[in-house]
Structure formats: structure tokens, C-alpha cells
Ligand binder design. Structure first.
Ligand SMILES: Cc1cc2nc3c(=O)[nH]c(=O)nc-3n(C[C@H](O)[C@H](O)[C@H](O)COP(=O)(O)O)c2cc1C
Length: 197
């Protein structure tokens, strides 16, 4: 078998990088599209396509900021500084996409958790594609995401705004992170139970 070790090494070097370490340019529209197309290579039981991405352009950030500020007010923030922070968050990341998930109830063959796994796998391919294009990216959620007005601004009925994906040109290389030493093994061999005969 012909193993492409450079592709494997490239995947192994993907780490999230926060907006502090992102500068312009953001991915182009064509690059976002390519990443979204690759997200569709996620395993999708029943072909339900339970996720999609929505781009927020630079000139839409002010509208997003208004939604963030209103959300902050609804959860009780009123200090000018807090509201300013909520406002400024709308400009985080040179490029911004929303991950929208639609979990269909009543699919006998494809329970909701399988649909969510598909969405997660789609997100992973999306992040890997951006990484392989040379962009830094990070998935963020945060409390504002649960605000009903913000959800309504992005979603059709039955959908849920699940996370943001921020992306831009890295201002420094991503630092490799070590897995915790006591983390359970990610791969092991099955030990069958002693079945009573
Ligand atoms: C759906 C989702 C939402 C996330 N939300 C946040 C968040 O709000 N804040 C945060 O610091 N990390 C959040 N993360 C985790 C980061 O995106 C990132 O995965 C983490 O910092 C570990 O970095 P790594 O991707 O290099 O392992 C979220 C991840 C996922 C999948």
C-alpha cells in the first residue's frame, strides 16, 4: 500500500489556534467552499446531511455585534465594559463561519447521537481542510450562542447554531500540545469477558 506520510504528518500537526494568533487574510470564499465540500466527506448514516456552515462577512460583523450585545444584556450584563467585550467579540477571527446542526428526531435507523457524530466529523474535516490550506482555525461556542435571538438569526426551524469556526492566517506556528499522561488509551485490544458456558 502506498502510504502518503506527508499527508499523515500534516494531519498530525493540526492544532487549534485562537483569534489572538490570527491575522488577515482570511480564507477566500472559494477556500471556505472547498472546506465545506470536504466536510461532506464525513460518514453520514442515512445521508441526512445534519450540518451546514454559514459565513459571516466582514461587513456583517456590526449586525452580529448587536446580537451579541443584546444577548449579553439578556443574561444580566449591564456594565459598559462587559457590553463592549460582547460587542468586540463579533470581530474575532479574520474569517468567521457558523456551524449549524439539524438533528432529526424519529429517524429509526439514525438516532440523534449518530447525526451529531456526523456533524462533528464534518467539523473535523472542515478544520483539517483549513489547516491543510495553511490557515489557523478554532472552534468556539460560548454562552451567547444559546441566546434565542442569535439562534433565530442563523437557524431554520429544527436547526441549532452549535459553534463558530474562526479562521485566519497564523501569526505564529501552532504549539504542539501533549496528551495528558493519564489519559485512557485511545487504542487497545479487546479482552473478551469469560462467558459462562
Ligand atoms: C463544538 C466545540 C465548541 C468549543 N467551544 C470552545 C469554547 O467556547 N472555548 C474554548 O476555549 N474552546 C472551545 N472548544 C475547544 C477548542 O476549539 C479546541 O479544540 C481546544 O482548544 C483544543 O485544541 P485542539 O483542537 O488543538 O486540540 C470547542 C470545541 C468544539 C468541538
Amino acid at each position: 500500500m502506498n502510504i502518503d506520510s506527508s499527508a499523515l504528518a500534516a494531519l498530525a500537526s493540526r492544532y487549534s489556534q485562537g483569534p489572538k494568533y490570527m491575522v488577515a487574510p482570511a480564507p477566500s470564499r472559494a477556500q471556505w467552499q472547498q472546506a465545506a465540500d470536504l466536510a461532506l466527506r464525513a460518514p453520514d448514516h442515512g445521508g441526512l446531511r445534519p450540518f451546514r456552515f454559514v459565513l459571516v462577512s466582514e461587513d456583517q460583523r456590526a449586525s452580529l455585534a448587536e446580537l451579541f450585545v443584546n444577548a449579553a444584556r439578556r443574561w444580566g450584563q449591564s456594565e459598559a465594559e462587559e457590553l463592549q467585550r460582547a460587542h468586540d467579540r463579533a470581530w474575532n477571527g479574520p474569517g468567521l463561519a457558523a456551524l449549524i446542526v439539524r438533528l432529526r428526531e424519529g429517524e429509526p435507523e439514525v438516532p440523534a447521537h449518530e447525526q451529531l457524530i456526523c456533524a462533528g466529523a464534518g467539523l473535523m474535516n472542515f478544520l483539517n481542510a483549513l489547516h491543510l490550506m495553511g490557515y489557523a482555525a478554532k472552534t468556539l461556542s460560548g454562552a451567547a450562542l444559546r441566546d434565542p435571538a442569535l439562534q433565530a438569526a442563523f437557524c431554520q426551524p429544527g436547526e441549532q447554531l452549535l459553534a463558530w469556526v474562526l479562521a485566519g492566517t497564523p501569526s505564529k506556528p501552532a504549539a504542539a500540545r501533549q496528551a495528558a499522561a493519564d489519559a485512557p488509551a485511545v487504542l487497545s485490544d479487546w479482552v473478551p469477558p469469560n462467558l459462562a458456558r
